[in-house]
Write a protein that binds this ligand. Structure first.
Ligand code: PLP
Length: 349
């Protein structure tokens, strides 16, 4: 498809003269820095951090085998989700189409920006119907959000259906791959250069175990990345976060991440087996992520009971296709045993 990304961008963003911070205006080598009103003492924390996180992006480019100019780093994936809405969607005019049920932040960002949000039901088994999704779009639809593996259902969406959406839509398709490290599949990253309207989101919050650090990644065409850079806060990733993730990206931590994923997948299978023995459990949905969506006899009652046992899960009862469903994150063996014990006690009351 021959698509001009520029034509999808809001007029005010196209015309925007971005803030130029001191670190942007001067990038060469110098020994005396008197340009940013920083404190000369307390190194290295006195200096503003690299606004474009070049050193960290080089490591991520290597890790993901992606051109550095195709990487944006955000304060969690939530930052690029918000940016994409603000860059492409004219408040009160444009709209966003997304699968339902899915991650709640897409709708919250749309609502905050006064952009219409159009949820489109997945099939009963949480699979994607590309045709139904595309039918909900119109000439004011700028964005489609897909999440695979999907939260809260846990399943991968079929990649051929996802490609039908990417190829059949005259706008931006965001593919949220927060749980991709747990899934037995390949990322859409490898298809980035074929689809200039595709944005892939990944994060350090899940498989990498760094949710506290707040580091999300968006991968897209250099043109879209430039738009992100134009609109973001100048110093959106602080020095400590850049240093921490940079130091964590080595062969040893990569191996540790793989071990953790393996352990969690084995625990997920153990949980599935144990949950299947409990009479209050009606359905355990197939999962490609680090959590299980489970339909029980009464999710409100079980949720409340578990809290009295000190065990917190997520009650997804109110979401479409999730009646009486709990979303249970896979923990370490001891935590998973505590969960099963608590549900057994609930069944015995
Ligand atoms: C957890 C999660 C994220 C990660 O968000 P961060 O802001 O990077 O912590 C993104 N998308 C989905 C669907 C998630 O479940």
């Amino acid at each position: 498809m021959n698509m001009q990304i520029e034509n999808l961008v809001r007029q005010n963003i196209r015309n925007l003269e971005p803030y130029s911070c001191a670190r942007n205006e001067f990038q060469g080598e110098a020994s005396v820095f008197l340009d940013a009103n920083e404190n000369p003492l307390n190194a290295p924390y006195n200096r503003y951090p690299d606004p474009l996180q070049e050193a960290l992006k080089e490591k991520i480019a290597c890790l993901k085998q992606v051109d550095k100019r195709r990487i944006f780093l955000g304060n969690g994936s939530d930052e690029p989700i918000d940016l994409v809405v603000r860059i492409f969607c004219e408040p009160g005019v444009d709209n966003i189409v997304a699968i339902d049920p899915t991650y709640g932040m897409y709708k919250v960002c749309a609502d905050i920006n006064n952009v219409e949000y159009r949820p489109v039901a997945l099939n009963a088994d949480y699979s994607l119907d590309a045709q139904r999704l595309l039918a909900a779009t119109d000439s004011c639809t700028k964005l489609i959000f897909l999440c695979s593996p999907n939260n809260p259902s846990g399943n991968l969406l079929a990649s051929d259906e996802m490609l039908k959406v990417v190829e059949g839509f005259n706008g931006i398709v965001v593919i949220d791959e927060a749980y991709i490290d747990f899934a037995d599949t390949t990322s859409f990253l490898s298809m980035l250069d074929r689809y200039p309207n595709m944005i892939v989101l990944q994060t350090f919050s899940k498989a990498w175990g760094m949710a506290a650090i707040r580091m999300g990644m968006a991968f897209a065409s250099p043109e879209i990345i430039e738009l992100f850079n134009k609109v973001k806060y100048p110093y959106n990733i602080n020095y400590l976060a850049q240093e921490f993730v940079s130091n964590a990206l080595n062969k040893q931590s990569e191996a540790r991440k793989c071990e953790t994923v393996k352990m969690l997948l084995a625990q997920r299978e153990w949980l599935k087996e144990e949950l299947g023995k409990l009479s209050c459990v009606q359905t355990i949905y197939p999962s490609d992520a680090n959590f299980l969506l489970v339909k029980v006899d009464n999710s409100n009652a079980l949720y409340t009971y578990l809290i009295t046992c000190g065990v917190v899960v997520r009650n997804r009862h109110k979401l479409l296709l999730c009646g009486n469903c709990l979303r249970i994150t896979v923990g370490i063996p001891e935590e998973n045993r505590a969960l099963i014990k608590a549900i057994e006690a609930y069944a015995k009351q």
